[in-house]
Design a protein. Structure first.
Length: 312
């Protein structure tokens, strides 16, 4: 806002928020019982630009657990700490066409198919720097905080709920260890993943995290480098092909933006060298994507011509 003159971006965001707020479809996830308490009316929208401006509308400062939106950022940390080839040996990059929690590993290699599904995220979390699980989680929360530009914290109620109902993820952990994809104690490895999912963020945080990837690894609000530009390129590529699981094809078709969804209703989308988008709205469609996030990103993309495949 330059001297009280409303910016066209802010006006567009407000107008979009008002319209998409009325979209009334989808279901709040309840398989992690604490997530089921979320108010389905919540709707936060944030857009951060590469020059460090952050525009918000609605409930953009409401905290919620990051869930699977953590996966691309932890993948970035693993790539930074280990290098692309070492990470590729352990986690593939092929889309699954299946849901986030599919119990399937790559035929032949035993690797998880990609880092955006739970199986891949559990292995990815085991690859960040640290001598033990405690240090690796510290690396993860510090790294995500650097992406967000503020110190992030855990939601212990959601974490406890997630641990109580996490047998499917433990089963994935045992499947991974049986295939030789994960070493050591399964509960500890899956425990790091549960904690990473229980980190609290806002839609504003997600927009800043996304624009940090779009900007090649320097957080434009803090000016601090988090990861290298090559890492961002790799993460955005995998988000484009696998970020919304079995919806990734249609998502890319409609929005043209690399993105990642999460079961609490968060979503990040990024346009390289331009901007990051963060959305929070708990009701999900049947593939686990926030219904209002789909509507908002599709409209933003159309209105501003953001589709990456769009001929100039
Ligand atoms: N913690 C959730 C789970 O593992 C994350 C899933 C998601 O956001 N899609 O089930």
């Amino acid at each position: 806002d330059a001297g009280g003159v409303p910016s066209p971006v802010q006006e567009m965001l407000d107008e979009l928020h008002t319209r998409v707020r009325d979209v009334d479809a989808g279901e709040v996830a309840t398989y992690i019982p604490a997530l089921g308490k979320a108010d389905p009316a919540l709707f936060g929208l944030a857009l951060a630009t590469q020059d460090g401006h952050v525009y918000t509308a609605g409930d953009a400062d409401t905290g919620f657990t990051i869930q699977s939106v953590s996966k691309p950022f932890v993948y970035a940390l693993a790539l930074h700490d280990r290098g692309l080839n070492a990470v590729l040996r352990r986690v593939g990059v092929e889309p699954t066409g299946e849901g986030f929690d599919a119990l399937r590993l790559e035929a032949g290699t035993g690797r998880p198919l990609n880092p955006m599904v739970n199986a891949g995220a559990v292995v990815t979390a085991s690859l960040v720097d640290g001598d033990d699980h405690g240090q690796r989680f510290q690396r993860i929360i510090d790294g995500l905080s650097a992406f967000a530009g503020r110190e992030l914290r855990l939601d212990h109620e959601v974490l406890a709920s997630e641990e109580r109902t996490g047998d499917h993820n433990r089963a994935l952990g045992y499947l991974l260890r049986n295939a030789g994809a994960l070493r050591g104690d399964v509960n500890e490895a899956v425990g790091v993943y549960f904690r990473q999912c229980s980190i609290v963020v806002t839609a504003r945080d997600l927009a800043v995290m996304a624009v940090t990837l779009a900007a090649g690894g320097v957080n434009p609000v803090t000016g601090r480098r988090v990861v290298g530009a090559d890492t961002c390129e790799h993460v955005l590529a995998v988000m484009a092909t696998s970020g919304t699981y079995d919806f990734a094809g249609e998502w890319l078709l409609r929005t043209g933006l690399p993105a990642k969804s999460g079961v609490s209703g968060g979503l990040v989308a990024a346009l390289p060298s331009q901007l990051g988008i963060g959305v929070y709205s708990p009701p999900l469609d049947r593939r686990g994507t926030s219904v209002r996030a789909i509507a908002a990103c599709q409209e933003l993309s159309a209105r501003f011509g953001l589709h990456l495949m769009r001929p100039a």
